[in-house]
Design a protein. Structure first.
Length: 372
């Protein structure tokens, strides 16, 4: 049936606001008529008796789970009108982390990584391990305290298959974006590392604003697609963590506990160490020295030099072949040429005077000799 605002679910929860829908149901904000509390109600698809029995069994197992970063379901019911099971959970008015896709700052992204990895580490530590299989921004909610919590956990693969069979149409295409390459193999079995790949895809989406590998998930990665990188505004280690989570091979991904501890060290300002095996590609990238282009100093334009007029130089007398260079040569005018109208004044040479005197003495001596 199609629910509308004001509908009284199971004669107790009045639906007030539609939040959204997923592969297996829809979420509403509701008012609990008995406690006057605002709650969130997730109503799943209709199931047969066997499906309902499996759902109740898994709820009993997950009800014992208690962790800061898990959104705990408080009640499981079945709407008698259409035999659809529903879960009652605390309402998170701040919504899911998906609203920050492409706009999350690095410090907030480290907090998201830490809280989500902490919740996953707790689920993976159970016996047998609980694998979420549907980690994505829509399933990570924000509490009033600012902590991030995982929702929609505790649903096994068997129950998911049972619910898919109950659907008239399968609308899980969106989840493909968060599926690692191993989930596209013929003999896929849910493993812890699959949740880590999904977390890596969520990290990329929150940093970039879009899912990696063109929304094709690990299926495109299996075909040899290059590892995506985060924008330059994020640190190298954030980019490294995202790529480690998205590693093609499951054994090259960090465990949830390792990822939690690494993010905690970053947030505390301590030295964060990689304690897991890196892929050959990432190991080579870390060992390769970073080549930074040589930055040339910025050349500032120099003001054009204005030539100063050369100081006037008076010509010095030069001795050439016994003559004294004229001293009254006119100086160059403003055009740089010498005025040809200026005629140098000739002066008698002192040597000439000496010659005249000597000749006069010789002539006088000769005349005296003749008189004698």
């Amino acid at each position: 049936m199609q629910y509308q605002e004001g509908y009284l679910l199971d004669k107790r929860y009045r639906l007030e606001k539609y939040v959204g829908s997923g592969s297996f149901g829809e979420v509403w904000v509701a008012m609990d008529q008995e406690t006057d509390l605002e709650v969130a109600v997730k109503i799943y698809i209709a199931m047969d008796e066997k499906g309902l029995a499996d759902f109740k069994k898994e709820f009993q197992l997950s009800f014992e789970l208690n962790h800061t970063n898990l959104l705990h379901a408080n009640y499981l019911g079945v709407n008698e009108a259409d035999r659809r099971p529903y879960l009652v959970m605390p309402y998170c008015p701040d919504g899911s982390v998906s609203q920050f896709a492409g706009n999350m700052e690095e410090e907030d992204l480290w907090r998201f990584i830490h809280d989500t990895a902490a919740g996953l580490a707790y689920l993976h530590s159970q016996n047998p391990p609980i694998i979420h299989q549907d980690i994505k921004p829509d399933n990570i909610l924000i509490l009033k305290s600012g902590d991030y919590v995982i929702t929609d956990f505790g649903i096994s693969r068997q129950l998911r298959q049972s619910m898919r069979k109950s659907q008239l149409s399968l609308s899980s295409a969106g989840a493909i974006s968060y599926m690692g390459p191993e989930r596209f193999s013929k003999s896929f079995q849910a493993v812890k590392a699959s949740d880590i790949w999904s977390l890596g895809a969520a990290i990329y989406e929150l940093a970039v604003g879009d899912v990696p590998f063109c929304g094709m998930g690990g299926s495109l990665q299996k075909q040899g697609a290059d590892m995506p990188e985060l924008p330059e505004r994020f640190s190298d280690r954030m980019n490294l963590i995202c790529q480690c989570c998205l590693s093609k091979e499951t054994w090259n991904r960090p465990t949830a506990a390792q990822l939690r501890d690494y993010a905690a060290a970053v947030l505390d300002g301590k030295k964060a160490e990689i304690t897991w095996k890196l892929s050959d590609e990432l190991k080579a990238a870390l060992e390769k020295p970073e080549e930074k282009p040589v930055q040339k100093p910025e050349e500032k334009p120099q003001p054009e030099a204005i030539p100063e007029p050369a100081p006037a130089v008076e010509p010095q007398p030069q001795e050439v072949a016994g003559e004294v260079a004229p001293e009254n040569l006119s100086a160059p005018d403003d055009s740089g040429f010498i005025d040809p109208s200026a005629t140098p004044e000739k002066k008698s040479s002192p040597i000439g005077y000496v010659i005249v005197i000597v000749l006069g003495l010789m002539i006088g001596a000769g005349l005296g000799f003749l008189v004698l």
